[in-house]
Design a protein around this ligand. Structure first.
Ligand code: OSB
Ligand code: MG
Length: 366
């Protein structure tokens, strides 16, 4: 593909309700969209970096800066998606920024050849079961009513955000109210330390599918020690930034499940490598989310249709986060989302909505 130019577009997407985690509260999703223009087709991608570096070191202004200053100048004139990763290797880190650029090139390439993301990645299903990530609420009654709403919408799995002081009681309340059959898991976003092992073992009574990222991002060894002391399976999110990290975590026994977020690991090609590695080692994977708009969601749903994704993902419907999405909304049918089948992402930004939510655009001639 010959890239003639790239548009960096910032959009502000108000959330339907604040989303609180152990690392902060979001009320608006500030998203960087990347549009790659080639003579044959255009490609879109969404950068998952958040406004502030609280989930990971990346943040949206930094991602835009590294794309314009270092990533675009490093690309050869003619490049395909595999070549993007190769060309960007000398630049350290910034995986979310790299993922956005690689995904936009991949989208352009697939739109030009008429192939869908699902087909390219190796999807084996035409729809995927959906879970939902539930933020930390002010009160237990509020939490129960929010969870009830999601179960009524058909979500097949509930994930509760936890933090010290808000962990055992919310889990107990959800179990007591909705029963033992609900697929239930928790996500600590790195809020605990190994000193909390006894406290965390109290979660073992609730039959959780998993506990996601209890300890710090770089605590692979400590997660392995924790895994020996808990019956609840450990799933890693923040700790896994590459297939090499996944291999290390598997060797150490740090986790038995991996949350794959393509942005966090540098793109869909690396996400597929992690899937393949985990599958070969009997490690279950599921597709995480970063409050994506329809553009990012489309590709995530395609990835989640690969055979190793044996647990429901955080692939919720558009209206979980947005009253109006930038694409036609993803809507649950019987707790599932359909994998898009059109070329590339298989979805288009709606020009009117896009215009309305745009806060800035920048055109870069390559
Ligand atoms: O830890 O999985 C996480 C959102 C932003 C940053 C980190 C995480 C999350 C979520 C929401 O849990 C996932 C989603 O529904 O998109
Ligand atoms: Mg997580």
């Amino acid at each position: 593909m010959k890239i003639t130019g790239v548009e960096l577009r910032r959009i502000a997407m108000p959330l339907v309700s604040p989303f609180r985690t152990s690392f902060g509260t979001e009320t608006t999703r500030d998203v960087l969209l990347v549009r790659v223009v080639t003579p044959d087709a255009e490609g879109w991608a969404e950068c998952v970096a958040m406004s502030e570096p609280r989930y990971s070191p990346e943040y949206v202004d930094g991602a835009a800066e590294v794309i314009r200053r270092f990533l675009l100048p490093a690309l050869p004139v003619n490049v395909d998606a595999y070549g993007v990763g190769h060309a960007l290797e000398p630049i350290k880190g910034h995986r979310m920024a790299k993922a956005a650029l690689e995904t936009a090139v991949l989208d352009a390439q697939l739109r030009a050849s008429g192939e869908s993301f699902g087909r390219f990645l190796g999807a084996t299903r035409d729809r995927v079961p959906c879970g939902v990530s539930v933020g930390i609420m002010e009160t237990i009654p509020q939490l129960l009513s929010v969870v009830e709403g999601y179960l009524d919408e058909g979500y097949v799995r509930i994930k509760l955000k936890i933090e010290p002081g808000h962990d055992i009681e919310p889990v107990r309340a959800v179990r007591e109210r909705f029963g033992d059959d609900v697929l239930l898991q928790v996500d600590a976003n790195a809020a605990y330390t190994l000193a909390d092992v006894q406290h965390l073992s109290r979660l073992d009574d609730f039959g959780l599918l998993l506990i996601e990222q209890p300890l710090a991002n770089d605590d692979l060894v400590q997660h392995a020690q924790l895994a020996k002391r808990l019956r609840t399976p450990i799933c890693l999110d923040e700790s896994i930034e590459s297939a090499a990290h996944a291999a290390a975590a598997i060797s150490l026994g740090s986790c038995s499940i991996v949350n794959i977020k393509p942005g966090r690991v540098g793109g869909y090609l690396e996400a597929r490598r992690i899937h393949d590695l985990c599958r070969a080692h009997g490690i279950a994977v599921w597709c995480g989310g970063m409050l994506e708009t329809g553009l990012g969601r489309a590709a995530n749903v395609a990835l989640a249709a690969l055979p190793g994704f044996t647990l429901p993902g955080d692939t919720s419907g558009s209206r979980r986060y947005f009253a109006t999405d930038v694409t036609a909304p993803f809507e649950l049918e019987g707790g599932h989302l359909a994998v898009p089948t059109g070329p590339g992402l298989g979805v288009e930004p709606l020009p009117d909505v896009l215009e309305e939510v745009t806060t800035s655009t920048e055109w870069i001639t390559v």
